[in-house]
Design a protein around this ligand. Structure first.
Ligand SMILES: Cc1cc2nc3c(=O)[nH]c(=O)nc-3n(C[C@H](O)[C@H](O)[C@H](O)COP(=O)(O)O)c2cc1C
Length: 332
């Protein structure tokens, strides 16, 4: 059993109805691939289980469930943040029950003995964070802020690698190769069509959240690549994108959840500095370019997310969420 434990000792804590609403609404704000929201929750007294919802996975783009587990890790992190805001410490175990492999993370809540440093202060960022796919301002991220983002990833046992311009160019070549393979991959197009674009609510990525099409070549992912885009607006994107690759030392189900915890901590810290991020993960959805990205970051760590980060130049449309009540399976 792979297990990661975070946080302090457990004692009894039972959530009220209002607290359950707050915690699960926070979980639902987490990012997930194509906004599938592949999570379900069970609450047993002071224990909150985060389960994989097999009906909300992406068999073509994410056959091993790596992306889904990253999303579950991010949702589990939001649970910890909301619980901390409510006055609960939490411990977290990954894959806690071999008899129930669908239980990906288990949180044990306990009444707080001392302030939960850092976590509760991130609560305000949970609903403020959105993936932003539009152009970024030319303004650089101050080094002290970059260090805070590095720290956020490290606190969850992951690492950020900031790409220099030459490495970004190499990444761009990989992105373009992958995009051209993706644009003629009928299975992928079919799967994406199910989740991306158009007018939708509840889940998936609404057209307003896709961002404009680049008027000039840019390092940005068009999630609707290959679909009709005649009516989408265009914009000029930043010439020197800031890209960080989030990696883990290991490459198994636990590492993927770890990546999700780290991603969410890092994104919430970024949001607190008015930074926004989008992702260039198409290069991680196929083994060959993923291995090439691994080499780009030194060949020792496993790339889990390719993050384009900076200050937004425009307002952006947001994705919506399913009702959190529908994600609660059992409660006793
Ligand atoms: C594992 C993972 C991979 C993702 N890959 C991409 C990507 O390659 N491109 C992109 O634009 N968004 C990507 N996203 C962002 C999701 O599309 C986004 O989180 C989802 O649509 C919900 O929107 P929100 O982040 O604004 O709440 C990814 C998210 C996760 C968790």
């Amino acid at each position: 059993m792979a297990e990661v434990i975070r946080g302090g000792p457990a004692a009894n804590a039972v959530l009220t109805d209002d607290e359950i609403r707050i915690v699960l609404a926070a979980a639902a704000h987490a990012p997930s691939m194509h906004n599938t929201q592949p999570w379900r929750f069970e609450i047993h007294g002071p224990v909150i289980d985060v389960l994989l919802d097999e009906e909300r996975t992406l068999p073509v783009a994410d056959p091993a469930g790596r992306g889904a587990r990253i999303g579950l890790g991010a949702a589990a992190f939001n649970v910890r943040v909301a619980a901390a805001m409510l006055g609960y410490e939490s411990r977290l175990a990954v894959d806690p029950d071999p008899a129930r492999p669908e239980v990906v993370a288990r949180l044990f809540l306990a009444d707080r003995q001392a302030p939960v440093a850092g976590l509760s202060t991130l609560y305000g960022e949970v609903s403020a964070r959105h993936t932003y796919r539009g152009p970024l301002l030319g303004r650089l991220i101050p080094p002290r802020v970059q260090h805070q983002l590095d720290d956020a990833a490290r606190q969850e046992n992951a690492q950020l690698h900031w790409l220099d311009p030459a490495t970004t160019q190499q990444l761009d070549a990989l992105l373009k190769q992958t995009d051209s393979a993706d644009s003629i991959d009928e299975d992928r197009l079919h799967e994406r069509l199910h989740w991306i674009g158009g007018d939708r609510s509840g889940d998936g990525v609404h057209e307003n959240a896709l961002g404009p099409l680049p008027a000039l070549p840019a390092v940005v992912r068009d999630l609707a690549l290959g679909f009709d885009s005649a009516h989408r607006s265009q914009a000029v994107y930043e010439r020197q994108p800031t890209i960080a690759v989030l990696s883990t030392a290991g490459e198994d189900g636990t590492a993927w959840v770890t990546a999700g915890l780290a991603l969410q901590r890092m994104l919430l810290v970024a949001t607190s500095y008015d930074l926004t991020a989008s992702f260039l993960n198409q290069v991680l959805e196929r083994p060959v370019p993923r291995f090439a990205v691994r080499e780009l970051i030194g060949g020792h760590a496993w790339p889990q997310m390719v993050i384009r980060i900076g200050y937004p130049a425009q307002p952006a449309g947001h994705t919506s969420r399913l009702d959190w009540r529908d994600s609660l399976d059992r409660w006793f």
